[in-house]
Design a binder for this molecule. Sequence first.
Ligand SMILES: [Zn+2]
Length: 121
Amino acid sequence: MARNVVIPRWSKNLGYMLAYAIRAHNGPYPAEFFLGCSKCQTRVTLTIERLAELIQAKGPLYSVWNRHPKCARCGGKRYYSGSSGGPGAIVFPFTADTQDVTVVSLHQRWKAEKQQERTRG
Ligand SMILES: [Zn+2]
């Protein structure tokens, strides 16, 4: 994993996720965590209680990045995702693809957009 990957610290492991979820819970922008299925598209919300259960089962240092538990409904590959909440906050899939979102790639995207604006006049 490259060092400049834009991975929010709150997604690092279950301990951070629960701490973040609890702190944001009563604020204006509650964090959201999900376990979704890439095949049947079902999406379960990971509540604070569910995160606590996961910590009891896996430990607080367990990372959900690139974990693909089997879907009980269709047998498909599930994946974890999360959002810091609030306006414009994206739901971040915690998968290998997301690791390509680096500071460098974001800057390249920004440069390309600027270039497009310029050529459009
Ligand atoms: Zn499924």
